[in-house]
Design a protein around this ligand. Structure first.
Ligand code: UDX
Length: 444
């Protein structure tokens, strides 16, 4: 079986390489020639652990090729649609322009009985709309018209290779009737290796498959905002949110994962997906069902306000002229992605208040510079800490968790620190003389 992958971002590039590693012949297509040139040369256009090694391994097998020309995917049996669906400018809804551009470019090359498997996160109803568009332009035998299935992707950046090869579950939304049965059978062949490992494959209708993805992300975002709401209450009462999370997390119905209180969620998925989900609910006349997601978003953005307030507080009331060391800029560790990054947003706000911000990140500095050129970026951790009036740990990279409080105190101008991810040992830092603050934790 031959596969094509359209769109070579974190999702598509990893999916293409992962499927090629399973022995499929795969062609990855993207409209960005620079990206394709890099992939052809075996170099990842983004930082994703394990991806470079996987790419080198599969490129050597000859199973994986890259192209900017849609004609090169014409003989694929299954086309995976992996383009981005960012937030639309001036609206909360998803911007589907890349989806439609890809569909239009693909249509002339679709052969009978082929399958378009959508992986992009889309508003419910998109699969059906795409099928309508394909049917409209199809001049061949109707019985062999290409089919549209929805096969959402749940990968986490930083774990993309592992999540692609060994996902918790595979969901395939198929059209009704015999066409759907045929499509489900093809998808079972595509995922035969994963199924043989015992990974469940759920065959659903298409709206359910589209909703599974946004529902999962809405749940995760809600879980994070729940614990951050508890952090607000803890701040008002002197309670400790980390201990609270540990205690409620022992309840197997709740679970400790995704109860990390701090500066909140960011990235290319959770923030825009909950907004697009609410917008779609409004179009469907069920906006009340998801009004709570607005609160989830608001709680999340209040955490950023709180981090700025705490930084201000730590330096005695005004950030103007203060040297502020920001540790971390990616939206989470093990990623160079700065889309909707809480760290970068907080850094920019402090800069706007007159703080002299120096940002350090092990992988994301090039992307940061493109996004906020006015901030100062420093690749050396020791240099970024040097002379700081306050240190803000905003993305929990391991090298920040490993910082020694005594040695770090010698580098800064004043030992003041906000642990925006609640990952440091507060007692050890306080014992080394630091004015130490967490998020939703007791004050130092
Ligand atoms: C998310 C989903 O996890 C994934 O299934 C989906 O396919 C895409 O969106 P990702 O955006 O890679 O993946 O990041 P994730 O690990 O979910 O973290 C999202 C954000 O939440 C990060 O900013 C992270 O720092 C934050 N977070 C996570 C918390 O603030 N607290 C937590 O306890 C967990």
């Amino acid at each position: 079986m031959k596969l094509s992958v359209i769109g070579t971002g974190y999702l598509g590039a990893v999916h293409a390489a992962a499927m090629a590693s399973l022995g499929f012949d795969v062609v990855g297509v993207d409209v960005d020639p620079g990206r394709i040139d890099r992939l052809r040369a075996g170099s990842a256009p983004f930082y994703e652990p394990e991806f470079d090694a996987l790419l080198a391994q599969v490129m050597a097998t000859g199973h994986l090729t890259w192209s900017v020309d849609y004609a090169d995917l014409a003989d694929a049996d299954v086309h995976f649609l992996c383009v981005g669906t960012p937030q639309r400018r001036g609206s909360h809804a998803a911007d589907l322009r890349y989806v439609w551009d890809a569909v239009e470019a693909l249509i002339p090359h679709l052969r009978p009985d082929s399958i378009l498997a959508g992986k992009s996160t889309v508003p419910v109803g998109t699969a059906e709309a795409i099928e309508g568009r394909i049917a409209h332009g199809w001049t061949g035998d109707a019985a062999h018209r290409p089919l549209v299935v929805w096969n959402p992707e749940f990968l986490r950046e930083g774990f993309a290779v592992e999540d692609t090869l060994r996902p918790d579950r595979i969901v395939v939304g198929v059209p009704a009737g015999p066409h759907g049965e045929r499509a489900a059978e093809v998808m079972r062949q595509v995922y035969a290796a994963q199924m043989a490992e015992g990974i469940p494959l759920l065959v659903t209708d298409r709206p359910t498959a589209e909703l599974v993805k946004v529902a999962a992300n809405a749940f995760l975002a809600t879980k994070i905002s729940f614990i951050n709401a508890m952090a607000e209450v803890c701040e008002a009462t002197g309670a400790d949110v980390v201990t609270l999370a540990d205690a409620i997390g022992y309840d197997a119905r709740i679970g400790r994962k995704f109860l990390g209180a701090g500066v909140g969620f960011g990235g290319g998925c959770l923030p825009k997906d909950i907004r697009a989900f609410s917008a779609r609910a409004g179009e469907l006349g069920v906006d009340q069902a998801l009004t709570f997601l607005r609160e989830v978003d608001d709680i999340n953005s209040r955490r950023r306000d709180r981090a700025v307030e705490t930084a201000r507080d730590l330096v005695g009331g005004s950030l103007r002229g203060q040297r502020v060391c920001v540790l971390g800029a990616a939206f989470k560790p093990n990623s160079d992605d700065v889309r909707d990054s809480p760290a970068l947003d907080i850094a920019a706000r402090i800069h706007n208040e007159g703080g002299q911000v120096v940002v350090h990140d092990p992988k994301a500095l090039a992307n940061d510079e493109a996004r906020f050129p006015s901030l100062r970026y420093e690749p050396e951790l020791r240099v970024s800490l040097g002379g700081a009036d306050v240190v803000l740990l905003l993305t929990e990279w391991q090298e920040y968790r490993d910082l020694d409080p005594v040695a770090t105190a010698d580098l800064v101008a004043a030992p003041r620190l906000l642990d925006g991810r609640n990952v440091l040992d507060s007692a050890a830092w306080r014992a080394a003389g630091w004015s130490f603050r967490g998020m939703g934790r007791e004050h130092g």
